[in-house]
Write a protein that binds this ligand. Structure first.
Ligand code: HEC
Ligand code: HEC
Length: 475
């Protein structure tokens, strides 16, 4: 042990004392390095009932409004610099003081997004909550916000001039804006996204991993995955997803069809994600792109478009930024339940349609069920044949097999406003016969999906219904 003499101790105290004074002076001086946070009078505040607005004001306006609502301790440099950075970034993403100038449907879509980021624990920013516990949104407050948004409208046909909601920051399909239908472009010649991310024309051949019924903006979505994504889903290795995994999400407007069913109508857009942890490390490990309308117009007007994608996928960062719960029985290690095992089909069926391609889907709003029509390879040859108008009844090749899988619906645990398949309720197979022959029909229902016999008349009705379903329209 070193022994200090009194003199040495005094000397040290002098040094440390001077240092402490220097630090204190620097601290005080730094307080003057204080770039501003601009404030403005509220121009067009979000339209919402007072109860809802109070919640946003209390928990979100510190960052997402033009008002300045900082606590005294937020004003102390260097903490102030961090807070300022958060506020400016937050306003760029979402500003409740100006949101009121947007069409009502877009405001509502933003409130759905708000409810979802709160529900997923992403907002208010956790680092902000640690110092401002009063900003936490209580379960009651979240219920108030959801109560205002729900029950979501069942109106399947929003007026053509209204935005398609959440994913549409520009008005609905460019077709509606232009007033006439622009010529569809071929998949192979569609332009790349603003940042160079290409539209992979192979996406239409990828296989479905799930479907969503989006009540918040009245759309249906297919979520398709390439082989790498499917293999990962089947083996449960989805946290993280492997490099090379690709997803496509295809969206259609919901349209009221016969018997009160909701069917896919106008094609809205296709979105792609491509996993490459290295190449896309600046955008959460994924490449992102969106192409709107049958003319497949790239969505981005500048490089910032990706912030919208990553911003809204951020709350599922723990699931490698993927929202969809793939329909698979694979065990996925980790705390979070990220697959949809309940919707899988038993192995005793004559075919395994979940491995086939999807032709279309529909929802029965009264029965709270959703159905997907799958086709085997032969059936898909008919569907993929170009040139046939999509509304025409397809003429399937003899021997093709179609499967109509019907699930009970449940709320998507990752997105308030969406519904996804829960337990399967029935599976119907139609084997298409040659001309003038009747097609073979088999039906499996109830728990365990056991065979069920229908009368000949009932069977004929189901067969003509299934064969008559128009394929969802693709570019
Ligand atoms: C401390 C500041 C802060 C508070 C408080 C806060 N946010 Fe945020 N918010 C941010 C920042 C920063 C981002 C951008 C995150 C990113 O993508 O890097 C953001 C992003 C968002 C987004 C994504 C927007 C988009 O389009 O990318 C939503 C939605 C959102 N916040 C909602 C809320 C809601 C709702 C509340 C209140 C319950 C809230 N935020 C409170 C800072 C804040
Ligand atoms: C407002 C929130 C929001 C924004 C913005 C958003 N997404 Fe998503 N995305 C979702 C939700 C929710 C799902 C789950 C499927 C569904 O319900 O539509 C999803 C699913 C996807 C999927 C299927 C894989 C998965 O994660 O489940 C792709 C691909 C995708 N989004 C691409 C994009 C791209 C590209 C952009 C930006 C151009 C984007 N998303 C912007 C909310 C958003």
């Amino acid at each position: 042990m070193t022994e200090f003499s009194v003199d040495e101790v005094v000397k040290l105290m002098n040094i440390y004392g001077k240092l402490a004074i220097a630090v204190a002076v620097a601290f005080v001086l730094l307080q003057f390095v204080r770039p501003g946070i601009p404030t403005k009078p509220t121009r067009a505040e979000v339209e919402a009932p007072p109860g809802v607005r109070d919640i946003l004001e209390n928990s979100c306006y510190s960052c997402h409004s033009d008002q300045r609502r900082l606590s005294w301790f937020d004003q102390i440099v260097p903490g102030y610099w961090l807070v300022r950075h958060d506020v400016l970034t937050a306003r760029e993403h979402l500003n409740f003081s100006t949101l009121g100038s947007k069409p009502p449907a877009m405001q509502k879509a933003t409130l759905y997004e708000a409810a979802n980021v709160i529900q997923l624990g992403a907002m208010p920013l956790p680092r902000f909550l640690a110092l401002h516990p009063d900003s936490r949104v209580t379960p009651d407050e979240l219920a108030t916000l959801k109560g205002y948004l729900a029950p979501w409208t069942s109106s399947p046909n929003p007026p053509a001039s209204a935005p398609v909601g959440v994913n549409a920051k520009s008005p609905t399909s460019a077709a509606a804006v232009a007033g006439s239908t622009p010529p569809p472009v071929s998949l192979a010649t569609a332009q790349q996204e603003f940042d160079g991310f290409p539209l992979d024309p192979a996406f239409e051949g990828w296989k479905p991993i799930s479907f969503t019924d989006r009540g918040d903006n009245n759309t249906f979505r297919f979520v398709l995955g390439n082989d790498i994504a499917l293999k990962a889903a089947q083996s449960g290795k989805i946290s993280p997803w492997p490099d090379g995994a690709r997803f496509a999400k295809i969206a259609w407007q919901q349209e009221l069809g016969p018997d009160g069913l909701l069917l896919p109508g106008e094609f809205v857009q296709v979105e792609l994600m491509l996993k490459d942890a290295k190449q896309y490390r600046n955008t959460d490990g994924w490449g992102w792109g969106r192409w709107r309308g049958l003319e497949l117009k790239p969505y981005g007007n500048d490089a910032r478009f990706v912030n919208e994608c990553t911003g809204c996928h951020l709350p599922v960062g723990g699931n490698d930024y993927v929202y969809t719960l793939p329909i698979t029985t694979a065990h996925v290690p980790g705390d979070e339940i990220v697959n949809n095992e309940a919707a899988a089909l038993p192995a005793n069926l004559p075919y395994q349609p979940l491995a086939w391609s999807a032709i279309t889907m529909y929802v029965d709003p009264n029965a709270h069920t959703m159905s997907t029509l799958y086709g085997d390879g032969a059936a898909m040859q008919t569907v993929n044949a170009r040139g046939t108008p999509s509304t025409a009844t397809p003429v399937y090749l003899p021997g093709s097999v179609l499967a109509l899988v019907t699930w009970v619906q449940r709320d998507d645990p990752h997105w308030f406003g969406a519904r996804i398949p829960a337990v399967p309720e029935s599976v119907e197979f139609v084997q298409v016969a040659a001309a003038n022959k009747t097609s073979d029909y088999r039906r499996f229902t109830r728990r365990n999906l056991t065979p069920e016999q229908l009368t000949a008349a009932e069977e004929a009705k189901r067969v003509s219904f299934i064969l008559g379903l128009p394929p969802a329209r693709l570019p």
